[in-house]
Design a protein around this ligand. Structure first.
Ligand code: NIG
Ligand code: FE
Length: 414
């Protein structure tokens, strides 16, 4: 199957060479081809260029993109989109004045979701999660990472990971699974936390790895959750089984999670709302990709990740949704893009780089996704008629997407 897009007003994120991520000043540059064509062959990008070089070929389908942008789909490198039920009542508790931490201390929060998940069958969880996955695909997401972490028993964690695997088999988008058994301490281990860490290390990690259910391993490294030592132990054990670290750090407090992640050769450190000068220094000297989650800050009214400073200091940055029932009940990467610009002072170029090529890198996917490059997967967003790409983050809250293509096939219009 061959699709020809012609008269594209702006073809965005065009990278001929193999760039796996962009950092610092380079994030301010978004390579754009004006008045362009693009050809897809089966599931890949086959060719593109300026309209005056359009090849004389027969296509199965032609799209006239006059006035429209074409760009790679969003790469959402941090979600918890497999869950059961919702936490609407906690939303109201927070409006009435309780904090995220206070709600968790009353048995709400992650443990609330874990209870609901424990009571739901694998099929129910699959059905609920499929709906969310279909929704984010329509919103332009073409690759997504999904974490476990609402199971908190060996059986329930495996159940979540099997749901992620089923989604990956059933849907055309790339899905990467992360084992997050270390998301919270379940009730029976309230006063014996190290024993829960033993369970993660001795039983959960080997079983997850044996069943080949995850590529990454995560922990919520935070006061009241997993300590730096516990996080390090879990990451080391994960490494023995080939699981690569991607860690929740510095959401509410800086306790040394960044340094633990660097020692664990993590691919990413995620959240980073609270950063000390030492954290900046250690992170900028490392190879670890920082991931900011602006819609989580928005929803919880907590500080935004100091992303402007990170980029000014030469670091790379990815942005992601954190889609989950407690701190971000939204998987909308378009909103993340706007919020990154409005609240973290990223330019549209920086935000688009953070949501595409760097998001792909944050999932080990930049070899096949994240840019308009010959041979990469044909995962594309065709916008409606808009004046320029800056309009995407600027006119927030409107849907600027006309059609989404995944692996060379348009999603059905809804
Ligand atoms: O990334 N901070 C830890 N985990 C999630 C929230 C999970 C929840 O509240 O259910 C987050 O914000
Ligand atoms: Fe998260």
């Amino acid at each position: 199957m061959r699709v020809l897009f012609k008269n594209i007003k702006q073809l965005l994120q065009v990278r001929d060479t193999d760039v796996e991520k962009v950092a610092g000043k380079d994030m301010g540059e978004l390579p754009v081809l004006e008045h362009a064509f693009l050809v897809t062959e089966n599931d890949r990008i086959a060719d593109f260029g300026p309209m005056d070089h359009i090849p004389d070929i027969k296509a199965d389908h032609e799209v006239d993109a006059t006035g429209k942008m074409l760009l790679p789909t969003w790469c959402d490198s941090h979600t918890h989109l497999v869950y059961a039920g919702n936490r609407e009542e906690e939303f109201v508790d927070r409006i009435r004045g309780l904090s995220y931490e206070e709600i968790a201390a009353r048995g709400g929060g992650i443990l609330n979701s874990a209870r609901r998940l424990g009571l739901s069958s694998e099929d129910e969880i699959y059905e609920q999660s499929s709906k969310r996955l279909k929704e984010i695909m329509q919103l332009g997401t073409g690759a997504v990472e999904i974490k476990s972490g609402y199971g908190l028993t060996t059986e329930s964690e495996l159940k979540m990971l099997r749901v992620i695997k089923r989604l990956a088999e059933a849907y055309p988008i790339d899905i990467k699974a992360t084992f997050l058994g270390a998301h919270a301490f379940p009730e029976p281990f309230r006063d014996s936390r190290d024993q829960y860490v033993d369970l993660i290390c001795d039983e959960m990690i080997p079983k997850v790895a044996q069943a080949d259910l995850a590529e990454f391993i995560d922990a919520f490294c935070e006061k009241g959750y997993f300590s730096v030592d516990q996080t390090q132990r879990i990451m080391e054990r994960g490494q023995e089984f080939g699981l690569v670290a991607k860690i929740h750090v510095n959401q509410f407090n800086s306790i040394g999670g960044i340094q633990a992640a660097i020692d664990s050769k993590a691919l990413t450190v995620d959240h980073l709302e609270v950063m000390t000068e030492q954290d900046f220094i250690d992170l900028e000297r490392s190879e670890v990709m920082p991931v900011a989650l602006p819609s989580c800050s928005y929803f919880l009214s907590i500080p935004y990740t100091p992303a402007r400073q990170m980029i000014d200091r030469g670091m790379p940055l990815a942005i992601a949704t954190d889609f989950n029932p407690g701190s971000t009940p939204s998987g909308n990467m378009n909103f993340v893009l706007s919020t990154a610009c409005i609240k973290m002072r990223l330019t549209p170029e920086e935000a688009i780089n953070a949501a595409t090529i760097n998001g792909a890198y944050a999932m080990n996917l930049s070899g096949s996704l994240g840019s308009i490059t010959r041979g990469k997967l044909a995962n594309l967003i065709l916008t409606r008629e808009i004046p320029s790409y800056g309009f995407l983050p600027y006119a927030f809250g409107s849907n600027h997407i006309e059609r989404v293509m995944i692996r060379g096939q348009f999603l059905p219009e809804e």
